[in-house]
Ligand binder design. Structure first.
Ligand SMILES: [Zn+2]
Length: 250
């Protein structure tokens, strides 16, 4: 480890499956009123939740669970066809009250600590850039963290995560139609395919159903945060296309 940290022990972990490897870095916000309340819950045996790391708003880093162990942070989740996300991930909880208790910008000193911690983790595990994810990416129907204020662009500028500059949020006939709830057909099928091919848990289909809307909102929260509305406007679809084109091949 190259970053300084404190240790507090959570009892909420178990063994990673034998032979598995860590190939996802999953970022959360705590979504509680204070850092201390979050730390207490993450260390409460009866709560049965935990994560490996917590980063406070002042940049303080606390380790709750050794990375060799499986921490319990993802819950029911799916990415690229895999469901036991805890088994294959390192989880970081980033202190922020979240959408429920007063979502606010992440302070610079906190993001600097997150970047340093992520860089350290990525130096120790074979995690590709495109598998540095938010909780809402892997559980779009249940979770909205770390949310649209989380500066994925800045992390990417520091060498962490996958990101392309989002296409501007503009509309007009020349840019093509928006797709939204109630729409159906080949264009919706292509959208669903493209989201699923990127990793989102979305089955094939031709209908823009509630599940599609939820996954589009999760995509926007991470990759096109200027507008999170669950509508696949031209900017959303272009940003998704750019991201997929920027993936390593092979
Ligand atoms: Zn979370």
């Amino acid at each position: 480890m190259t970053v300084a940290f404190e240790t507090r022990e959570s009892p909420n972990h178990d063994a990673r499956p034998a032979g598995g490897r860590v190939d996802i870095l999953l970022l959360h916000y705590t979504g509680m009123r204070t850092a201390e309340a979050a730390l207490e819950r993450l260390c409460d045996r009866t709560a049965k939740v935990s994560c490996h790391w917590v980063v406070d708003e002042d940049g303080r880093i606390v380790r709750l669970v050794p990375e060799a162990r499986r921490a319990w942070h993802a819950g029911v989740a799916c990415w690229a066809g895999a469901r036991d996300i805890n088994a294959r991930s390192v989880g970081i909880e980033i202190v922020n009250p979240g959408h429920e208790f007063g979502y606010r910008d992440f302070p610079d000193v906190q993001i600097a600590a997150v970047i340093a911690l992520c860089a350290d983790i990525l130096s120790r595990h074979p995690i590709p850039a495109y598998r540095v994810l938010g909780h809402s990416d892997v559980a779009p129907d249940r979770k909205t963290d770390p949310g649209e204020r989380f500066p994925w662009r800045r992390l990417h500028a520091a060498g962490i995560g996958h990101w392309v500059e989002p296409a501007p949020v503009t509309s007009g006939p020349a840019l093509g139609p928006s797709l939204g709830p109630g729409d159906a057909g080949d264009a919706v099928a292509a959208l669903r395919h493209n989201l699923s091919a990127y990793g989102y848990g979305l089955a094939p289909g031709e209908a823009y159903d509630g599940e599609t809307e939820t996954v589009v909102a999760a995509f926007q929260r991470h990759f096109r945060p200027a507008l999170v509305d669950g509508v696949a406007d031209p900017s959303t679809r272009e940003t998704l296309a750019r991201l997929r084109a920027a993936l390593p091949t092979g």
